[in-house]
Design a protein around this ligand. Structure first.
Ligand code: ZN
Ligand code: ZN
Length: 241
């Protein structure tokens, strides 16, 4: 009976690609063609910052032991950072739809992709925390896309999801037009941790939708470490390069 209802539902409301409305679906919500245009970040990538590396430096049968030149010898407040795909002209639309709430159901697709691409890193974490939006922006935007991602991911991998441990305390203007140095100064001291006992001695996974300069996730990581987290891991859906 349930199947009959499902077939009727599919007949009247056919499932279509969220980007081009094709019915030739590949991955539950997007079609084969749109899926093939997305640049997923496959191995080899830097085991610290997650940047895609040229295949030439990857030796076969070695478990990706690579740290990129700009990470080598440096200290970071996080253990490891990874993203599922590159933010470019082909993936921008998907992310914008997700960000502006009309396609918030994309969170479950992105969470599935996160598990597929980062399962190795996910095995090392104890709990999940989203990058917070400032309350003012949250009111304007209705929902925090990072929290939606983190919530779906926590259901898939059965880990605690703490949506209010990390909060944003100073409202800063949008970072869109600022240089890297200015961005870094802009987020300094912008986050605070409550109920730090939840993360003390824990491996915390910080989740966001898009990583650009990295200044926001770096500052969040610093705050989580200052508040007692043993390690911070960062997972985003996309990164700009
Ligand atoms: Zn499509
Ligand atoms: Zn790196």
């Amino acid at each position: 009976m349930v199947n009959l209802f499902k077939s009727l539902f599919d007949l009247f409301f056919p499932r279509v690609c969220v980007l081009c409305r094709s019915t030739d679906l590949s991955y539950s919500k997007i079609c084969k063609e749109c899926y093939s245009k997305i640049t997923f970040i496959e191995s080899p990538y830097c085991l610290r910052c997650g940047v895609k590396l040229p295949a030439a430096i990857f030796q076969k049968n070695v478990v990706n032991p690579v740290i990129c030149p700009s990470c080598s010898g440096k200290k970071f407040p996080f253990k490891r950072m990874q993203s599922v795909f590159i933010y470019d002209e082909n993936s921008r639309d998907l992310l914008l739809r997700f960000k502006h709430a009309d396609q918030s159901h994309l969170a479950d697709l992105f969470a599935e992709w996160m598990v597929l691409h980062a399962h190795e890193m996910l095995r090392e974490v104890d709990c999940i925390i989203p990058v917070p939006l400032h309350p003012k922006r949250l009111r304007h935007r209705q929902y925090n896309q990072s929290a939606e991602l983190a919530r779906h991911l926590s259901k898939l991998i059965q880990l605690p999801f703490y949506s209010s441990v990390l909060s944003r305390c100073i409202f800063k203007e949008t970072q869109g037009y600022k240089g890297f140095r200015q961005r870094r100064l802009n987020v300094r001291g912008a986050f605070a941790v409550q109920r730090s006992y939840l993360i003390e001695g824990k491996h915390v996974l910080l989740v966001d939708d898009v990583m650009a300069s990295g200044s926001t996730v770096m500052e969040c990581s610093r705050e989580l470490k200052r508040s007692g987290a043993k390690r911070v891991y960062i997972l985003t859906v996309a990164r700009t390069l």
